[in-house]
Design a protein around this ligand. Structure first.
Ligand code: PEP
Length: 252
C-alpha cells in the first residue's frame, strides 16, 4: 500500500433516523480506536448529517454526504449543495454510487459535474465505479471501468486528485452477499491504478486511494486489505452494526 493511508468508509444508505443514527455513530466512535495508518468515514442520510457530525465532533471520524450537487445554491429541488454539507459538519461526499446510477439514472456526465462541484468546495470526494454482472460476464469489465474513470474524472487536474478517492464496487457484489474474490478485486484495483496513471500521471496512480466495496464483512476484510492495491473499503450493510463495522476498522 506504500504511503497511502487506508480509509474505511461506512455508507448508511437510506437507513437510520436521528436517535438510532446518533447511537450508532457514538458506538462506532467508541470502537474505532486511534489508528495513525487508517481513517474512518461515515456517510449518514442527509437528514441527520449535522446531528451525526455533532456527535462525532471530538473524534477523528470523517462525516460525508451520500451524494452532492455541483452548485452552491439554486433551483435544484431534492439536492444538497457542497456548502450545505460543509455547514452541516461534513467534509466529504460519495458520488456516483451504483444505486444512484442504476435506480436514479445518473450518468457519468452528471456524476462528473458532482465530482467537480464537491472538489470546488473542498470536499474529499469518493467516486464510485463498477461493472454489472452482465458487463463482467461479457468480458467488458475493464472497458467499463476505464470509461467510468475517464468520464467521471474529466476536466480534473493532477492537484485535484489529492482529494479524490476511487471506490471500486462491482454492482453484482453490492448488498448481495457475493464478494468479489480477493484476486478479482486486486485485478480490478491494479487496472484502475494503471488507468489513473494514463489519465493523469504516475504519482496520481501511486497516491490515489482505491477502496473496495461490495459485501465487505468482518470475515473478508483482512484478506481484501492484504492486497497490494486495496487501500480501504466502502461498506454498506455491515456499517449499520457498530460491532461489525468496528471489526472491519480493526482489520489486520
Ligand atoms: C455500498 O453501499 O456501497 C455497499 C458496498 O453495500 P454492501 O456492503 O451492503 O454490499
Amino acid at each position: 500500500m506504500g504511503t497511502r493511508k487506508a480509509l474505511i468508509a461506512g455508507n448508511w444508505k437510506m437507513y437510520t433516523t436521528v436517535v438510532d443514527g446518533c447511537r450508532l455513530a457514538l458506538d462506532v466512535a467508541k470502537t474505532a480506536g486511534n489508528f495513525t495508518d487508517r481513517e474512518v468515514l461515515i456517510a449518514p442520510p442527509f437528514t441527520i448529517l449535522s446531528e451525526v457530525a455533532h456527535v462525532l465532533a471530538g473524534s477523528d471520524i470523517i462525516v460525508a454526504s451520500q451524494n452532492v450537487c455541483w452548485a452552491e445554491k439554486g433551483a435544484f429541488t431534492g439536492e444538497i449543495s457542497p456548502v450545505m454539507v460543509r455547514a452541516a459538519g461534513g467534509s466529504a461526499a460519495i458520488v456516483g454510487h451504483s444505486e444512484r446510477r442504476q435506480i436514479f439514472g445518473e450518468t457519468d456526465e452528471l456524476i462528473n459535474r458532482r465530482v467537480q462541484g464537491a472538489l470546488a468546495f473542498g470536499l474529499l470526494t469518493i467516486l464510485c465505479i463498477g461493472e454489472t454482472l452482465d458487463e463482467r460476464e461479457s468480458g467488458k469489465t475493464f472497458e467499463v471501468l476505464a470509461a467510468q474513470l475517464k468520464k467521471g474524472l474529466a476536466s480534473l487536474a493532477v492537484a485535484d486528485m489529492a482529494k479524490v478517492v476511487i471506490a471500486y464496487e462491482p454492482v453484482w457484489a453490492i448488498g448481495t452477499g457475493k464478494t468479489a474474490s480477493k484476486e478479482q478485486a486486486q485485478e480490478a484495483h491494479a487496472f484502475i491504478r494503471e488507468t489513473l496513471g494514463k489519465i493523469f500521471e504516475k504519482t496520481v496512480a501511486e497516491q490515489t486511494r482505491i477502496l473496495y466495496g461490495g459485501s465487505v464483512k468482518p470475515t473478508n476484510i483482512d484478506e481484501l486489505m492484504a492486497q497490494n492495491d486495496i487501500d480501504g473499503a466502502l461498506v454498506g450493510g455491515a456499517a449499520l452494526d457498530a460491532e461489525s463495522f468496528g471489526r472491519i476498522i480493526h482489520y489486520q
